[in-house]
Ligand binder design. Structure first.
Ligand code: ARG
Length: 460
């Protein structure tokens, strides 16, 4: 056991207690963040004259050596160390003695871990944003090439009104766009440096917190030292954003699974992104989409876990907060894997355009348009709704579509029907007439695509 705090104790820590308390098994993921923080700390201590420039250089270079020894496998991160902070400091002291012992001047592991976690989270906020931008690129390409790919729009999973694939995908573009904006928003709120808060009440050394903040790419130091060591709001915000991203991916996955089913056959998944069955030779399963849908629970779990951990904590640091790491690291990785897998799956999916269009001609998807036709000819909407309802019933009894009815048959229901009805309720007309902003009609869709393109262009 290589602990940093033996002085006050007369007895060795019980081995099981030591293991229960230790975090090295998982916080070693923050090795490079801990190094970044210690490097900035050493430079700052030299700047304010607590250590010499030579001592700062020696500390910084020795830490670099420690990291390269870890990378080459020469030095192992073992359970002998309580956490990643102790690992670096103990090895530093082993190598350069008293100079190494000066690094922790005016610093506590409380502000140190607060910094490491913030740096680690910040890095992930940025990389998840990149993942989302890749997904948005794929979506935008598909939107551009499917403005006239007709498909049924659903409510209650029943065919409702005709839309296009471009329009349907644009709904997801909007969701993931909001996710990107949420991440940008979180970044702005979290990008402040907690280092220099000490254990909870700052320190009597004249630390230059602004220097450290600048070195590490933060806007400024945090304002309150107690809040600095006990705040995990930024992490909760990020886990919330990840939960919402997963919820979006899960809904999209669900649709891909439905579209891939034998009954729909709207899509054909690429062989590289689907799996077979060990017993049923005919199977091509949408496992990736199902896994993405399934893994959503893990990310929600991380959010619930941390919310629960934090809810009863008095100020300032409490060891409970060590529990923030494992669940968060798992959620970061899960979300990253899911977004990238989903993007790969979507970009290689083949859309069966004929089947989609054919599906949109069935199920009385043009019933609203047929009612609107009568309204345009002078009938009040409520009456038109009833007349078309009667026509739908008539068609169901005969297993035909409204388009299949002869003009004389239609006239039985209303004298207002004329030959122009067929053109008016054709799939193409039904879509192209929907031109309100945000609707699937071609002109509206082109405008939407321009807006989404502008959003992406400034971020790529
Ligand atoms: N491993 C600890 C954590 O993750 C580091 C902070 C330890 N601070 C302390 N006062 N014991 O929270």
């Amino acid at each position: 056991m290589a602990q940093l705090w033996g002085g006050r104790f007369t007895k060795e820590t019980d081995e099981l207690v030591y293991k229960f308390n230790a975090s090295i098994g998982f916080d070693q993921k923050m090795l490079s963040e801990d190094v970044e923080g210690s490097t900035a700390q050493a430079k700052m201590l030299a700047k304010i004259g607590i250590i010499s420039d030579e001592e700062a250089d020696l500390i910084v270079n020795t830490i670099k050596d420690i990291v390269s020894d870890v990378e080459s496998g020469k030095l192992k991160i073992t359970e002998k160390y309580e956490d990643v902070h102790s690992f670096i400091e103990s090895n530093l002291i082993d190598r350069i003695g008293d100079t190494g012992k000066k690094l922790h001047t005016g610093r506590s592991r409380n502000d140190q871990v607060a910094l490491d976690m913030r740096l680690y989270t910040r890095k992930n906020v940025l990389s998840i944003k990149e993942d989302l931008l890749e997904l948005l690129k794929v979506l935008l390409d598909l939107m551009r090439s499917n403005i006239d790919t007709y498909m049924p729009g659903f409510t209650h999973l029943q065919k409702a009104q005709p839309v296009t694939l471009s329009h349907h995908l644009c709904a997801y573009f909007e969701m993931f766009k909001r996710d990107v904006l949420r991440l940008e928003d979180i970044y702005k709120r979290m990008n402040f440096s907690p280092l220099g808060a000490g254990a909870l009440a700052g320190t009597t050394y004249p630390l230059d917190r602004k220097f450290v903040a600048d070195e590490l790419g933060f806007y400024d130091p945090t304002v309150n030292s107690m809040d600095s060591v006990s705040d995990r709001d930024y992490l909760l915000e990020f886990l919330s954003a990840l939960s919402i991203i997963m919820m979006h991916l899960s809904r999209f996955s669900e649709e891909m699974i439905i579209w891939n089913s034998n009954e729909y056959r709207f899509i054909e998944l690429d062989d590289a992104f689907s799996t077979g069955s060990s017993i049923m030779p005919q199977k091509k399963n949408p496992d990736i989409a199902e896994l993405v849908r399934g893994k959503t629970g893990r990310v929600y779990g991380a959010l619930m876990s941390l919310l629960t951990t934090m809810k009863g904590l008095p100020l300032a640091y409490n060891k409970d907060m060590q529990e923030d790491k494992e669940v968060s690291f798992d959620a970061f990785k899960t979300a990253h894997d899911c977004i990238t897998m989903f993007t790969g799956m979507l970009s290689t999916t083949r859309f069966n355009k004929e089947i989609m269009a054919k599906s949109a001609t069935k199920g009385f998807i043009n019933a609203t348009d047929a009612a609107d036709y009568l309204v345009k000819k002078g009938m009040p909407f409520r009456d038109a709704h009833r007349v078309i309802g009667e026509i739908v019933l008539y068609c169901i009894e005969r297993s035909i579509a409204i388009d299949d009815m002869k003009i004389d048959e239609l006239k039985e229901f209303s004298e207002l029907f004329d030959n122009d009805i067929y053109e008016e309720i054709s799939l193409k007309t039904c879509v192209s007439k929907r031109l309100t902003a945000g609707a699937p009609g071609e002109r509206s869709m082109i405008e939407a695509i321009e807006k989404e393109n502008a959003f992406l262009a400034v971020r790529l």
